[in-house]
Structure formats: C-alpha cells, structure tokens
Design a protein around this ligand. Structure first.
Ligand code: AQP
Length: 333
C-alpha cells in the first residue's frame, strides 16, 4: 500500500541525536521508498508556543531544512516546507479546536511537563499545540506519521479528533486516522546527564545531548562525561531496567549499529565503561560528523535552502487548500 507520510520538526535549534534516531532517520528510510509520498514540515508555528528570538528562529528554520537534507532526505522526492507559510494549518487548527474537547487536552503529559509548575503562565498555544499538530497531519490525508515515542499521545489525540469530526458531521472517512510509526526497539533517547529525562533541545546543559552539528572533539568530550554507574556493563537486558544511564548508552549504540539491544548487551557484557565508551564514541563520530559537516556546508547556501522551502510551500498549499475548501463545505461556511 502506498503510504502518505507527514511529520514535523520544530525549528528550535540544537537538533540532536534523539531527533535523529527517534524521527529523522526514519524519515530518510521512508523517503527512500519510491512508493511513499513524504511531506516533512518545519513546524515554526509550534516553535512559537514558547518564546523565540525572531532572528534565531529564521536561522533555525534554515538549519532544520539543512539537517533534513544532510541526514539524507531527498528534496526532489519529498515536500519540505515551513508551516507558517501555508495558512491552511492555522485555519484548520481553529476549526479542529472547536471539535477537540478540553478533557482530552487536559490529559496531555507533554503540556504538563513543558508548562511545569506554573501552568497559569504557559501560553494558550502550548496548551492547544496537539490540535495544531492534528491539523498538520489531517490536512494531507496522512496515513502514517513517523515520530519519537514522546509524540504517541498526541497522535492518539489526532485520531480522536479525526473520528469526532467524521461522526459530528457524518462524513465517513473524510479525515483518515493516521498510524504512528515509532521505532520498535529504542524509541526514546535520554539525556546523557540523566537517564530518566528525555534528550531535549531546550535542556540548558549542552553536555546532555549530542547535537547534529557537533564536531568530533565535542562528541568525544560528551561521551567521556556521559553519566554511567559504578558497575561493569550488564550481562542481561533485564539488568538495564534498574540502570537508566547504561540502558540509554547501550540503546544509542544499538540504534546506531543496527544490532539488537540483546546483541549489544552480549557484546559488552562485563566489560568496563571506558572500553564501551570508546566504541560508542567511534560509531557516533562515523555517523554524526558527516551530517554535521554537510549541515555547515548547506548553511552557507541560504538561497538553495530558501528555494526548497518556497517550492515545498507551493506544493503543500495546493494540497491543503483543496482540503480546507472541503472542510468549509462540511462545516457550513
Ligand atoms: N529524546 C528523543 N528521543 C526520541 N525521539 C525524540 N524526538 C524528540 N526528542 C526525542 C522526536 O523528534 C521529532 C521532532 O521533535 P520536535 O522538534 O518537534 O520537538 P520535541 O519532541 O519537543 O523535541 P525536543 O528536543 O524535546 O525539544 P524541546 O526541548 O524544545 O521540547 C519528534 O518526532 C519527536 O518525537
């Protein structure tokens, strides 16, 4: 079956190994299959749910496109565009926010995590973010959404919104309920400083993540300083459950090498961390530095990156405008 793929990445800077292994690597594989129709969106409307410096945002939009291409996405075989330039996204988000229920949004754990203790001061956009995400996906009749494990709950909400719209307006299958595509074995990469926290762009310490723009020396330093525990490496997967930092590092190793978690554990059983970290550093250098070098090269070709976005926006505009027109008819505008 032909898959219609849609996924987004926020241009909030510091794209990292978690974004790569959780999402972008999967984008590349899906994009390589000629059967699939792929749309990759730089979700700048999502980015402004928290404060952004306008100049940095502009650069980060280009850097996200550069990261897509440097990672192996072919702009000829996919639509790459930025969300703010295709007005159907904001429009559909409003209409769908009249379909989504407060109770559903109140259950979203990402809002609770990102808003922290002071929910009163969080933006309304941060709260309604999953509705905009549903609009992004549903506008393109998406069948599959490659995302990291942290987005699973938002995808379920998207399916609920699609179903409720179809039921409320008695329009069977007008919105297609998309399937999440989440990496099976190791779908959530954790911070290098705390194995219980997600690796994230907004974490203050740069040592907590491997950025996709990191150079060899930075990777060496970060893995050297990555938190471990006092024991040698485990002999069974079961032991990893009580050792979050070790689990994370072995998981990263297995995602990068393609070895199963079991085989990776077997390979380093009872070895000390210095030996394992050496292998992990090497594989990271091999995988990440070519991407990092290519991102830097592409960033000096601003016109090329802007052209990709302009072309992508034109194509996304055509598809989404048609869907919005139908939504207007259904809703009664
Ligand atoms: N740590 C992670 N492990 C696996 N997948 C991850 N993703 C993000 N972090 C991890 C996946 O990357 C895609 C793009 O994410 P995003 O840029 O849209 O936003 P995010 O999930 O909010 O990313 P961050 O790094 O956590 O940003 P901040 O710190 O700004 O909140 C998504 O598919 C996501 O699942």
């Amino acid at each position: 079956m032909k898959k219609k793929i849609f996924s987004g990445v926020q241009p909030t800077g510091n794209l990292h190994l978690g974004n790569y292994l959780g999402a972008i690597k999967n984008f590349v594989e899906l994009n390589n299959d000629d059967e699939n129709k792929c749309i990759f969106c730089v979700v700048d409307l999502h980015a402004i749910t928290v404060n952004q410096d306008p100049k940095e945002l502009k650069n980060n939009i280009r850097e996200t496109v550069a990261t897509f291409i440097a990672s192996g996405i072919d702009p000829q075989k996919s639509i790459i565009f930025n969300q703010s330039k295709v007005s159907a996204h904001s429009e559909a988000a409003w209409i769908l926010s009249c379909v989504a229920r407060m109770g559903w949004l109140n259950r979203m754990t990402q809002f609770k995590e990102k808003a922290g203790k002071d929910k009163e001061k969080a933006s309304i956009g941060l709260y309604s973010y999953p509705v905009l995400m549903a609009a992004d996906i549903l506008l393109y009749d998406t069948t599959h959404v490659p995302v990291g494990d942290d987005q699973k709950q938002h995808l379920e909400l998207c399916r609920d919104i699609a179903q409720k719209f179809n039921n409320d307006f008695k329009t069977d299958n007008f919105f297609i309920s998309p399937e999440p595509l989440i990496q099976k074995e190791f779908s959530r990469i954790m911070s290098l400083k705390d194995g219980t926290k997600k690796m994230s762009k907004s974490e203050l310490s740069d040592l907590s993540r491997i950025n996709l723009t990191d150079e060899k020396e930075q990777i060496i330093n970060k893995i050297k300083k990555a938190k471990t525990d006092a024991l040698p490496l485990p002999t069974t997967i079961k032991e990893l459950d009580s050792r979050p930092e070790t689990k994370n590092l072995i998981g990263i190793y297995s995602s990068l090498t393609g070895l199963t978690l079991e085989k990776s554990v077997e390979k380093f059983a009872e070895k000390n961390f210095s030996e394992f970290k050496e292998s992990l550093t090497q594989i990271l250098i091999d995988k990440i530095t070519p991407i990092s070098n290519e991102i830097k090269k592409l960033l000096s070709e601003k016109n090329y990156l802007d052209e990709i976005l302009t072309e992508g926006c034109k194509k996304a505009e055509i598809i989404s405008a048609e869907k919005i027109k139908k939504i207007h008819e259904i809703v009664g505008f």
